[in-house]
Ligand binder design. Sequence first.
Ligand code: IFM
Length: 457
Amino acid sequence: MAVLPKDFVWGVSTSAYQIEGAAAEDGRGPSIWDTRCRTAGGVVNGDTGDVACDHYHRYAEDVALLRDIGVGAYRFSISWPRVLPRGRGAVNEAGLDFYDRLIDRLLEAGIEPWACLYHWDLPQALQDLGGWANRDSAGWYADYAVLCARRFGDRVTRWATFNEFSVFTLFGYALGWGAPSVSDRGEHLKVIHHTNLAHGAGVDVLRALVPGASIGAVHSFQPCRPADPAPENVEAAALFDELWNLCFPDAQILGRYPPRIARAIEPYVQAGDMARICRPVDWFGMNHYAPLFAQAEPGAVWGCGFGAPPKGMPRTDIGWPLQPSAFHEALMHAAARYRLPIYVTENGYGTKAPESPDAQGIVMDRERLDYLQACIGEMARAVRDGADVRGYFVWSLLDNFEWGGGYGTRFGIVHVDFETQARTPKESAKWYSALIGGALGGQTAATPGTGRFAGRS
Ligand code: IFM
């Protein structure tokens, strides 16, 4: 892996609602996802995050797994409703204690904790006040950030303000596919702006309170292409690109909204807002999975939506295109546009296959392993081409609650039997472990063109 910097960070990512469970334990308050899970049709199979991977009780076992895999870093999120059950006001000590235990255990195991302040589980009590559509939300978030920075900042220096702004805002406020189940253009625009304001406030808090803080935000960044060359689909892809990829990092790092969003969002922007949003950060967090294909969709909130990938492009069984070269493209684009060190904070492969252990306890997840290998090869190619990529986190450590897809979609490199909570590292985890340990022959492990997806770009 000679092409990657010596101190390159290898890690895995998870999020609180997707793994913790213990939803009603030790004083945790309800979140908007608890509500969505209890709404008819909100989640496949009526699944909920009530138990999830029971990580709240099994965190020590999970840290041992991380140590066995050999990662240097673990990105997790803090559950806002676990530490502030009503979103503001009374603090839940038991919730803070849980993250103390987790962080201490990680440090004992020699694993760097990377904390993300928001991975989609807004306290329901704040949603009842309007949630992110209420401009006060930036202040609520800043107060929550103060609490976390003061409590954990002595041991955690790596902080992400948010995970994938575009996904939770678009799905939750325009497409109606996620909590809080709203489909309204005006609400969506307010939420885009207010989460950007919250990000800026969070950066200021972390910078002021955490000595030596290394701060970034995590963006979903996928090349966005028209489903076909029809002019309305070309325009749809340009708009979708702004909504999905650009309207958060452009505002946060370049201090301006991309043109179509800038026009639409103007009524919600007050004097001084762009300076509040655009605060210096240390890195760009990129989550990459697959290119997006967009098409015009008259009648949809934004008049555009997802289109089908071109015929012949391989896809996973959950329909996500498999085109590792899109990762190189995304990295080069982000590197040129934002000129910040990049950490790949998520990359992974989801499947509906049960991936159960065989009689020997082996979970052969060849497709995931091949895809990760191909993507890491593309990342190495981007580094050779000049992108300043400093770390890579697989999504995800464990099979978990995949939002609207419930437990039927698995992204883990460790299999979870949701009946028994038994964890079984899959072949991809063993491969990743060997890669990190250098046992795969270094550079050749990440040479593009050698994996199963070679020639599929
Ligand atoms: O599970 C999600 C995660 O919460 C955010 N990024 C994409 C993953 C896979 O869909």
